[in-house]
Design a protein around this ligand. Sequence first.
Ligand code: SAH
Length: 382
Amino acid sequence: MKKNIKCPYGKDCGACHINDCDYSQNIAVKQEKLNRLYEPFKVSVNDIIADENPYNYRYKVIATFQKSKKRTNLGIYQENSHKVVAVKDCLIQNTVANEILITLENLVNSFKIEPYNEQTGYGLIRHVLIRTGYNSKEVLVCLVCASERFPSRKNLVNALLKKHPNITTVTCNINNRDTSIVLGNVEKTIYGPGFIYDTLCGKKFRISSKSFYQVNPKQTEVLYKTAIDLANINKNETILDCYSGIGTITLVASDNALKVTGVELNQSSIEDAIKNQQINKINNVEFIKMDATEFMLKQARYGNKYDVVILDPPRDGSTDAFINSLGKLIPERVVYISCNPETQVRDLKTFVNNGYKILVIQPVDLFPFTDHVESVVLMMKK
Ligand code: SAH
């Protein structure tokens, strides 16, 4: 492993803490924080499964265009600020994306495309999102613009494709709102199919720019394997996978289960999930587009039973109504995957109040050199 690499942007850029520590220190700090957080449950936290190669792990990259004097920069926000640092060759982003970012910055300058100005609301190009397939090497470039009127778009895209023939699709997302949310609702495909495929845990997945997909695919395989091993599913069991995204866990778990139901609210993710079920020719799975809490309340009302519930909510965690309703269905095992241990700890207290016992707490690091970590918790009905 490369050790103690110094990043020339470390002082200004808010993306990671490569300059403040080496990776083993970063892991030690996270472990200590987790040990403290989960202390009330009196179950010791397993050692974090660290990333064997903690560099260039981000396969989803978002960069922002911003004018600085005469030149337009493409880069990453400073911590707690909207000033863009023109980072080149970011040490946590994958190298394919890094190369495309350099070309895009040069092209936007040579085509004199005005970047969007957050203060005045003028200008056109705002961000770029690049998703690279870890195994497939397919590349999606999504240009986020403030308006659909983009006179030099065709020439820009042609020049980009000429320099990077590995780009398999280009989309244009329209975001004209005064917001720090990157993507708007309208998106047009301007080259290729509008999504990429990648393989993960032996399954093929279609991934669109607006769908959720973990940023670190290599460690995602470790995370899913950890969660599915802990769930210890057998062929006679029915599984509920809540907050299922593009159906990754649902479809991977289906190999060992009688039936798996995935529940997800985001339209783009659910469309990808249904396509992914078809591509992988899996028959023992269904996807439901619904708010997970609403779905769980309904299941409790109808008394629908599941043997195992897996949940993987966003950073805000789940809801008391979800957990209390789940408590009425009495699944024997619950596997809770979280990207925010603080909200997970809050939710675990509700699980414990509903008669669940925490057996295993297994963190997995998907975000080296940051404060973030994933945590997988296995619970059983007492
Ligand atoms: N398990 C998936 C996705 C996890 S991210 C994976 O590993 O890739 C969390 C997911 O929850 C996102 O796809 C998001 O769209 C979805 N989500 C957010 N709020 C939700 C809600 N209230 N009900 C159902 N799904 C929700």
